[in-house]
Design a protein around this ligand. Sequence first.
Ligand code: NAP
Length: 258
Amino acid sequence: MSASLKNKSVIVTGASKGIGKGIARVFASHGAKVLVVARNAAEGEATAAELRALGAQASFCCADVTRREDVSRMVQKAVSLHGGLDVLCSNAGAFPSCKLADMTDEAWDSLFVTNVKSLMLCVQAATPELRKSKAPRIVVTSSITGPITGYPGWSHYAATKAAQLGFIRTAAIELARDGITINAVLPGNILTEGLVGMGEDYIKATAACVPLGKLGTVEDIGHAAAFLGSAEAGYITGQTLVIDGGQILPESPAALGA
Ligand code: NAP
């Protein structure tokens, strides 16, 4: 447990379920005060209540991270409820499937707004408050898909996840003068509610491609985010951390059976 996270004010976007909920749970377990952000109020309130039942200080903010005014309200809510802002986890994202042949302008543009513009809006809104923190951190949830690997149906998604890394490398330099670090976690296949919904056969087939022989948990990503969000990670910025059970390592499927 990182003592440096105790009483820190943390925003986790997309924390009502999936990876964001895992990140929120891990920060809460370290004693951080967590603002759960999502659009669905019932799910978001339920997550915040779950964290409070574990003994954490947690609240919900209903916000669409693609909207500048919502993002600004989100930051102000963290400040007013939790006394400031120390860590921004920009995790909310979408991953609709669409083959290249069927891609429309609308499908392409709207995913860039959800996954990339939202990151810029969150970082921009959080910066003035993060500047006041003693150990200000930003942790972005990217993916192995795009920066490292590819998968049919996700050309737009892959492009957004790679774009996030381009963003953090320049943002890291601009934010460094204020002592703010920004890094990204790159999850492989993680057992979220959405992935469980794809069925046991899909999960088994995917796990067979992972050297560690299993899919990751949302807490696996949460632990990596908590490290990058801690005071101890203060000399790391503009970097990426792959959390994938070794999935990107095999040269070919034959490597796994050799
Ligand atoms: P998920 O289970 O579908 O959860 C997405 C979360 O983001 C929900 O809380 C959702 O709540 C929120 N969200 C989506 N759009 C939003 C918006 N415009 N404004 C505010 N909140 C929004 O997804 P996940 O699988 O956990 O993925 C989370 C992140 O991890 C994404 O960035 C994704 O690209 C990345 N990732 C996931 C995997 C994986 O295996 N699952 C692998 C690599 C990377 P509302 O719908 O209520 O807003």
